[in-house]
Every structure is written in C-alpha cells, then in structure tokens.
Design a protein around this ligand. Sequence first.
Ligand SMILES: *[C@@H]1O[C@H](CO)[C@@H](O)[C@H](O)[C@H]1NC(C)=O
Ligand SMILES: *[C@@H]1O[C@H](CO)[C@@H](O)[C@H](O)[C@H]1NC(C)=O
Ligand SMILES: *[C@@H]1O[C@H](CO)[C@@H](O)[C@H](O)[C@H]1NC(C)=O
Ligand SMILES: *[C@@H]1O[C@H](CO)[C@@H](O)[C@H](O)[C@H]1NC(C)=O
Ligand SMILES: *[C@@H]1O[C@H](CO)[C@@H](O)[C@H](O)[C@H]1NC(C)=O
Ligand SMILES: *[C@@H]1O[C@H](CO)[C@@H](O)[C@H](O)[C@H]1NC(C)=O
Ligand SMILES: *[C@@H]1O[C@H](CO)[C@@H](O)[C@H](O)[C@H]1NC(C)=O
Ligand SMILES: *[C@@H]1O[C@H](CO)[C@@H](O)[C@H](O)[C@H]1NC(C)=O
Ligand SMILES: *[C@@H]1O[C@H](CO)[C@@H](O)[C@H](O)[C@H]1NC(C)=O
Ligand SMILES: *[C@@H]1O[C@H](CO)[C@@H](O)[C@H](O)[C@H]1NC(C)=O
Ligand SMILES: *[C@@H]1O[C@H](CO)[C@@H](O)[C@H](O)[C@H]1NC(C)=O
Ligand SMILES: *[C@@H]1O[C@H](CO)[C@@H](O)[C@H](O)[C@H]1NC(C)=O
Length: 622
Amino acid sequence: MNLLILFLVLVSLCLSKSNFLESDQRDISYSKQIDKLLKKLDEQYYHEEKEFKYFPPSFYQKKGLYSSNIHGNAMDKENGYLYHLVRQYIGCPDSNMFVSNFVLSALLDCAELGTIQIDQELFELTIDIILEFRDKNQKQGIPSYSFWLQQLKNETWYSSPINLEKIANSMKYMPQWVKTLLDKMGLKFVGMSDMIIDAFHLPPDADDSSVNIALGYRIMNSPFIKQSIKDKWIRNNYDVNGFYNLLKKYSYKPFDTSNSSLNTIDIRTYFGFNEYLSQLNRTENFQLFTTWIMSTDDQIEKLIAIPSNVNNFDCSVLSNTLFGLHYVLINSNQTEFDKIFDQELQGLYLNSTSIIDYAINSQIALNHPDIAFFYYPSVYDFYWFVARNVHLLNSNKQRIQNSLIKLVANSLNESMKNKGTEFLLNNTKLDKNGNIYWEEFLGVYNNKTYNEDTTFSTVMALNALLDTWTISTNQENGTLIRIYDPQTPKNVTDTIKRGIQTLLKENTFSQSNQNAFFSGSFKSVNTWFFYPMNVNYYLNGTVFDPHNPPVVLNEQVAAVRGIYNQSEYQELLQQKWFGYKPIEEFLGYNYDTFSYPYWSSPSITLSMGMSLLSKYQSVKSE
Ligand SMILES: *[C@@H]1O[C@H](CO)[C@@H](O)[C@H](O)[C@H]1NC(C)=O
Ligand SMILES: *[C@@H]1O[C@H](CO)[C@@H](O)[C@H](O)[C@H]1NC(C)=O
Ligand SMILES: *[C@@H]1O[C@H](CO)[C@@H](O)[C@H](O)[C@H]1NC(C)=O
Ligand SMILES: *[C@@H]1O[C@H](CO)[C@@H](O)[C@H](O)[C@H]1NC(C)=O
Ligand SMILES: *[C@@H]1O[C@H](CO)[C@@H](O)[C@H](O)[C@H]1NC(C)=O
Ligand SMILES: *[C@@H]1O[C@H](CO)[C@@H](O)[C@H](O)[C@H]1NC(C)=O
Ligand SMILES: *[C@@H]1O[C@H](CO)[C@@H](O)[C@H](O)[C@H]1NC(C)=O
Ligand SMILES: *[C@@H]1O[C@H](CO)[C@@H](O)[C@H](O)[C@H]1NC(C)=O
Ligand SMILES: *[C@@H]1O[C@H](CO)[C@@H](O)[C@H](O)[C@H]1NC(C)=O
Ligand SMILES: *[C@@H]1O[C@H](CO)[C@@H](O)[C@H](O)[C@H]1NC(C)=O
Ligand SMILES: *[C@@H]1O[C@H](CO)[C@@H](O)[C@H](O)[C@H]1NC(C)=O
Ligand SMILES: *[C@@H]1O[C@H](CO)[C@@H](O)[C@H](O)[C@H]1NC(C)=O
C-alpha cells in the first residue's frame, strides 16, 4: 500500500536529476537570499495537525513544529542512483521538539541582527508545542524535556514516536514481499522495526533540555519577543536548579563505587574514550554529564528505557549541555548563581569541558566521530555546538567574573581557534567553478557523490568558523552586529568570505538541503556491541557470557564499570565480545551491507543558512 505508492513516486522522481552548483551561478544579495530561505522555511512548518492513517496513507504531524524526516542510509556497491533517490525522498515525517528549538533560535539570530521580523503568532504556537514536551513525570517547573511527546499509561508518562510505532506495528502483518522490497531498497531495518520499537521509549535527555533552556533565556532577554511568550516560558521552566540536580544525579562518576549505576558506561563510549579515561588521576573527582536523564536502575519496564539500557556521554551533547548552563550562569543574580553552581556542578562543568577540549585536540574527530559524537553523524554539528559557546563567552567577557567560567572560556576559545579552525580549514573543497564548499558522507561512496549534504555542511562549517572568530555587540537601536577578533588570520577571513559567496549563488539552496543532523547511536559497524565489558546481564538479572551470547537487543545490559588500566584493556581488545573481535578502525558511515536511520531536516539547513548570512552581512567591513 504505502510502499507501492512510494515506489511509484520514486520512479517518477528518477526523471529529475540534480546538479549541485551547475545550473545557476548568478549571485544574489543577502536580503534576497534570506527572503527566499524564509519562504522555503515556511513550507517546512507543519501548518496543520495531521493524524496517522493507513488509508489514504498519511503520517502524524504536530501543528506548530518544523519538519524533520527519518531516512535510511541505503547504499549499494556502485552508489547507484536508485539509492540516492531512496535516501533523498523516502522518509518518515517526525514531530520532535529538537529541530524546532534550533529553528527558533536561528530565527531569533536573524531578528537580533535586523534581517527579518519574527512572526510572533507562528513563534508563539511553536513555543506552545515545545512546552508540551516537558517531562510530566517531574515536578512542575523543572525544565527536563524529551525528544518526543509523552502519553500517559498506568500513571507514568512515557514518550514514543507515533509514526514509527504505527509502521513498526504494521510490519507484524506485512506480507513477505513487502519486507523483501524494503530489503532491496536498502531499508531492511524498517522491515524489522517491530523488533526494535521498544528502543524508542526514550527517557528525557540533557540535549533537548539544554537547548530549551538556552532558547528560553534568549527569549526572556529579547526585545524582539512579545511578553506573553516570555510569561509562558518562565511559568513552565522556573525550577532550573531542580533540573541541574537531576543532571548531577545521573552523571557518570567512574571512580565512585558507592552505587553500581554511577560508575558504569556504555561499552562503545568506553572504547572510544579509553585512552582519555585511563590517564585520569584516580585521586581526583571526575564526573561527566550523561546523555539520558535516567539510570539503568530507574528504568520502567516497557515504558521508559535508555536505548541499549546503559547511559553514555557524547561530546556534541556535552557542548549543548554547556551551552544551556552558560545561559543560566551568565543571566543569574548572585544568590541564584551560588545556589545552582555548587561544587558538584562546578566539577561536572570543568570535567565536561576537559573532554570537549580532548575531542578537538586529539584525532578522535577523524578516528572515531561515530563514538565521540554518538548521536551526531555530522562532525560540523559538533564544531558549531562548541563554537557557539565560544561566541557566547567571548561576547560576554566583561560580564563574566567567575574564575572557573573564565578558565573554560579561555580553553574552549584556544581549542576552537587552533585545532578546531585547522580542522575546518583542512576540509574545504573546491567545485569546478572555484567555489569553496564542505561535504560529509551522505551519498559519498565509491568515488562518487550526489552532493546530498553539501549545502548543510557548508552552512554548519561556516557558522562554526564565524562563531569562533567573531563576537556580537549591541548597537544603540538594540540590533546586534558581529565583529572579527583583530587576530583573525587571513586564511580564515578569506575562507569565510569565499564560502559565503558560494551560499549567495542563486540556486544553492534550490539543490539538496538534506543532512544527517542527528541519528541514533547505531550508525556504523563500529557502533555495534563488539567491545570489552565487565557488566553483562539481562534486565531480569540473569548474567550472560559476554564472549559469546545471543544478542537480545532490548534486554541486555552490556557496560564497563570503573576504569581499566591500558595494558588490561589492550589485552581485552584481543578477545571476542558477542562473538566478534572488536573492529578498532572506524569504517565510515556508508555500507553496502546494512543501513540505519538518521534524521534529515531541511528546516535546519534553511534556518541556519539564514542565521549565517545575517551574521556575515553585519560584520564590519574588513
Ligand atoms: C502499573 O504500575 C504498578 C505500580 O507502579 C505495577 O504494579 C503494575 O504491574 C503496572 N501495571 C501494568 C499493566 O503495567
Ligand atoms: C544509583 O544511583 C542512580 C543515580 O543516582 C539512581 O538512579 C539509582 O536508583 C541508584 N541505585 C540504587 C540501587 O540505589
Ligand atoms: C593526582 O591528584 C592529586 C590531588 O590533586 C595530586 O596530589 C597528585 O599529584 C596527582 N597525581 C598525578 C599523577 O598527577
Ligand atoms: C534572583 O533571581 C531569582 C530567580 O530569578 C529571584 O527569585 C530573586 O528574587 C532574585 N534575587 C535578587 C536579590 O534579585
Ligand atoms: C575534574 O573536576 C575536578 C573537580 O571536581 C578537578 O579536581 C579535576 O582536576 C578535573 N579533572 C579534569 C580532567 O578536568
Ligand atoms: C581567544 O584566543 C585568541 C588567540 O588564540 C586571542 O587572541 C583572543 O584574545 C581570545 N579571546 C578571548 C575573548 O579571550
Ligand atoms: C590538517 O591537515 C594536516 C595535513 O594533512 C594534518 O597533518 C593535520 O593533522 C590536520 N589537522 C586537523 C586538526 O585535522
Ligand atoms: C577511488 O579512488 C581512489 C583514489 O583515487 C582509488 O585508489 C580507488 O581505487 C577508487 N575506488 C574505486 C572503487 O574506483
Ligand atoms: C540600527 O542601527 C544601525 C546602525 O546605526 C543601522 O544600520 C540599522 O539599520 C538599524 N536597524 C534598525 C532595525 O533600525
Ligand atoms: C592559516 O594561517 C595560519 C596563520 O597565518 C597558519 O598558522 C595556518 O597553518 C594556516 N592554515 C591553513 C590551513 O592554511
Ligand atoms: C532472562 O532474560 C533472558 C533474555 O531475555 C532469557 O533468555 C532468560 O531465560 C531469562 N531468565 C529468567 C530466569 O527469566
Ligand atoms: C593493570 O591491571 C592489571 C590487572 O588488574 C595489573 O596486573 C597490572 O599490574 C596493572 N598495570 C598497571 C600498569 O597498573
């Protein structure tokens, strides 16, 4: 049914080819391009509420949110055109708060820089919906948020994706030929989705919660947002201290043996960071923010569970967590500041910064981006997430008195201005007309590319460079402008200037605006289970043999407790885990043997593109 229609759509789409940066090379002005993007962005707004229906087929969408779609990274040996179409056009619309949060933040950038006026009604509707994503199991006012809307069952609020759930359920009744067709289309995981649907009962997380906090504080401070929106936000999110108490409670403390949940981490995360972790000083505290606001012990069977049942940390999520915290710290009065920023939170803050610095200054972005940035296949996401912290801190240098925040500001600034910038400059590409751009992995295989994520990557890399090297300052009429750090090297200003020229071509945003903005943690051969562990049991308590067990995806707890010394760990890496020797080398994000879901959101490409152009046009001429 659905699929047959999709297939026909596919075939008809085969007739239209895309050519990145080939057809229309005309330059257009900033304001024309921004207007065009704003119009395209409006097409990505869910203007209507829709229910899920099998017939005629229609997906659920929540009115007021910006779109994102769950795609499968299908690929064959040849990197054939059919699979390009599958990636590009077959997607399941999703209604999450995460994407909309970023879009509103980007629109606010533009308003502050004077390039657009915010439509207060649309903005308010989106805020109304975002506020519904607050974790209703928590006390009122605590800004703990989940990725999907919650529903009530047996007195517990649990979150689930309506479209995925319906598709997964229908797979139980699908005839074999449909599954075979899905398989052929490189979407095997869709055919198997009835087996993995329990993995989508997500707990609230630090990432969604922190971007909401950052957006909220921006809204509260903004002259461009009407009062009723501010009132609503604060009415729902006033207990920020309660939120940071939750983050402290569920943080990773590898040297704390008082409770077996605290010093335990996902085996994949442990593998990725084993060198860093093993050189920590065991007599000092060490503590990191984790992704999920939940522990294995506190899961509620069949309703709320961490996917893979063990917590992890992710340097992209950590950067967003710091971003939310920075807004809180910069905007709190002394009483509030002292109450929230206690010794434990200070330690978490310092240690999380340390591992972000490590991610920038080591080779992990090249060697294991799939683990360092567990939920973000795009490395440019990470660099931008850090860069916007740098921009925020550098722009508020005068207001920051606390020595710990000064320390963090300096170290993130140094990391981004040195290795971070080097990474971004290292990865520029030139098209045949001499335009600079960036590209990641979508559709890049077998020495062939369809330029699927090119516009997105270019937008994100340039946002990262610009946020690293400029600060914002207020003008008399309340709008902001950007100013370059006087030390900015010429190769940085030149690269930014040329990159912006690429984005000011008439047709740039008429090509693919797809991206892999984020994903689940399983997205490469290297993010399966073949790693050393010393915690191995099923949720019912039965211990399993870690070397050769059956995989019982939703039931198993496979983790590392405490810290191994290096000789021990290297030894363990030689053994088999879940029947296989660990694959230590990162094999990339494209495989012709399996595919995995990722979230693509043209809304992000468009709104971040608007934000970027607005920032750059405000820069005082060099
Ligand atoms: C509902 O929750 C109660 C206690 O929280 C539990 O004892 C009971 O088994 C649950 N019922 C179902 C159907 O999950
Ligand atoms: C251990 O600590 C975690 C996180 O604070 C908590 O969720 C869990 O309930 C604790 N477990 C036990 C057995 O006390
Ligand atoms: C570990 O930390 C303690 C306390 O800060 C310090 O005295 C000691 O020198 C450190 N050890 C190493 C090897 O750095
Ligand atoms: C500090 O901020 C808190 C929270 O916004 C507020 O309740 C309190 O009245 C403020 N205290 C002072 C002294 O301004
Ligand atoms: C972690 O934070 C503690 C303070 O809680 C500090 O003593 C320690 O040096 C930090 N370690 C790193 C690697 O940041
Ligand atoms: C950031 O680092 C650069 C040098 O790497 C320095 O010139 C600049 O002053 C620093 N910015 C701030 C705000 O500390
Ligand atoms: C940039 O490229 C050079 C030359 O290939 C390489 O040595 C260096 O490690 C790269 N830097 C980063 C941060 O990736
Ligand atoms: C891809 O290009 C590289 C370097 O140009 C070459 O070594 C390799 O054989 C090519 N691969 C295929 C499948 O053509
Ligand atoms: C604000 O002032 C600047 C410089 O004085 C001017 O360029 C800009 O157009 C003004 N913006 C608005 C929205 O009035
Ligand atoms: C950019 O310029 C800086 C200083 O002028 C230099 O150290 C750096 O190597 C250059 N980077 C690249 C990628 O050319
Ligand atoms: C515990 O769960 C595992 C995996 O689902 C299952 O194989 C095993 O039989 C269960 N053990 C008991 C005692 O129920
Ligand atoms: C590492 O751990 C092993 C096993 O616990 C122990 O035998 C060995 O001495 C340790 N090595 C170092 C360098 O601490």
